[in-house]
Design a protein around this ligand. Structure first.
Ligand SMILES: *Cc1c(COP(=O)(O)O)cnc(C)c1O
Ligand SMILES: [Zn+2]
Length: 448
């Protein structure tokens, strides 16, 4: 069977199509974003059961490249790419675990965490970057004039881009907002041989510059405005349902900044529904930091208007975005999934991350935003305690050690409710015994 995919303008009055090997990021005709569309008739000729069986057979196998969570669904992602051009680091297949103790703390018995940060570069961005860099390799093999791939980044995009490019032997260029990303996120592209440009601006400022320099066809744009990324990321929703033996959870909560990931999550689930693998859709909750909440503001007006804002500094640095590229795609998805948008303050996100950690997680601040939103929606009754809830954890907590150190030192701008300070002692057994007696007693009396 021959499966096909192409770029298509998201504007319903336009719908112009372009081949996937065109160097194009927005519609030439009307300037809207593009999305990847698939020949659904061809895909639907294989029935739902057969797709499930195929995906199960491939899942985490060593049959390269199909053991990858993304390439195991190749026909739904990038069907026409030559396997020789696939650049895969075995992305996807991340653990989905039952957060039993933390859930019970919140009165919820069926809370699950999808740990997308347990991935090659430590964030979900790997899911999209494997697709983009593979397509670039394919285009170079066909004679395209691409010499480098560039992105603006709040940290994780550049880490993913540079490691996939390093694995493929393609030069990467990353534009980072100076002083606004964590040390780990700065070290990753440096180590992976990227050309690192540190600009004295914020993410939105870097984004403007990268769009200009990629007008030159020798530098390919890797930001999520490039819808190839979304195609890889859409496997996360499919993978969650597969991990639940094809049962749909009630609610999926995801933090959002540029809003590519929530669009991808929705697209994957819609594709499953269209091809008969699922019969209903979960609700999707998009979680934003209060300091960078343009979609929350729009949600309060029923998405009737959307105004970009100047994002303020937030601990959730990867979602410090005031002018999200994929806002239209995200609104379209949220409307179809009875979507809710909720926000979290700095204190709420930090406390929620810490409370999760103290109950067996190890959260990045963005996951903290999602957990804080979960707590708020449980309180307001918008999520019911009997529902099965999945929180998408977007990055590995070890990328954000500064955030955790400052929280536990209590040096953030607000009281840190669950701070756990090391006890400094002389190296004497009696002193240690005395301190333990007191500290253990104190622990018994506070419930984290
Ligand atoms: C990129 C990123 C997000 C936000 O994803 P968008 O597609 O920009 O909405 C959230 N968390 C982490 C850790 C990220 O790297
Ligand atoms: Zn168009």
């Amino acid at each position: 069977m021959k499966y096909r995919a192409w770029f298509q303008c998201i504007n319903n009055e336009c719908k112009t199509t372009y081949p996937l090997n065109a160097i194009i990021y927005k519609c030439d005709n009307c300037g809207s974003l593009l999305e990847v569309k698939h020949d659904m008739d061809a895909l639907s000729r294989r029935d739902a059961k057969a797709w499930m069986k195929l995906f199960e057979e491939r899942y985490k196998s060593t049959e390269w490249p199909y053991g990858s969570g993304v390439w195991g669904k190749k026909e739904w992602v990038l069907p026409e790419i030559d396997n020789n051009n696939i650049v895969s680091l075995y992305e996807g297949g991340t653990n989905l675990f039952w957060a039993e103790r933390f859930g019970k703390k919140l009165g919820l018995s069926d809370l699950w965490i999808k740990l997308c940060g347990n991935s090659h570069s430590g964030s979900f961005k790997d899911l999209g970057m494997t697709v983009l860099v593979s397509q670039v390799k394919q285009m170079i093999s066909e004679g395209a004039p691409i010499q480098a791939v560039a992105c603006a980044s709040t940290g994780d995009t550049s880490a993913a881009l540079s490691v996939y490019c390093a694995a493929a032997g393609i030069q990467s260029i990353v534009l980072l907002p100076k002083g606004k990303i964590s040390i780990a996120q700065l070290v990753q592209p440096i180590a992976n041989d990227a050309l690192v440009l540190s600009l004295d601006t914020d993410f939105d400022g870097c984004m403007k510059v990268v769009q200009e320099i990629t007008k030159d066809e020798t530098i390919y744009l890797a930001n999520s405005m490039n819808s190839l990324r979304v195609e890889g990321q859409k496997t996360v929703g499919i993978e969650i349902v597969q991990q639940f033996d094809w049962e749909i959870p009630d609610v999926i909560i995801i933090p959002g900044g540029n809003l590519g990931n929530v669009s991808a999550l929705g697209n994957g689930l819609l594709m499953m529904k269209e091809l008969g693998l699922i019969s209903r859709l979960p609700r999707i909750v998009l979680a934003q930091a209060e300091k960078a909440n343009p979609l929350y503001r729009s949600y309060l007006k029923n998405f009737e208007t959307f105004e970009p804002i100047q994002a303020e500094k937030t601990l959730a640095s990867a979602i410090q975005i005031g002018n999200p590229v994929s806002v239209q795609k995200a609104i379209r998805v949220l409307k179809q999934f009875s979507g809710i948008v909720e926000q979290a303050t700095e204190q709420e996100l930090a406390d929620a991350a810490a409370l999760g950690d103290a109950n067996g997680m190890f959260n990045c601040p963005h996951t903290g935003v999602a957990l804080a939103v979960l707590i708020k929606l449980l309180k307001s009754g918008k999520i019911d305690k009997t529902e099965r809830v999945v929180v998408i954890s977007t990055a590995h907590g070890l990328k954000f050690t500064d955030f955790k150190v400052r929280y536990h030192e209590g040096t953030l701008d607000f009281p840190c409710k669950y701070a756990n300070k090391p006890i400094e002692l002389p190296p004497r057994v009696d002193a240690v015994k005395e301190a333990l007696k007191y500290a253990l007693e104190q622990r018994r009396n506070v419930d984290v």
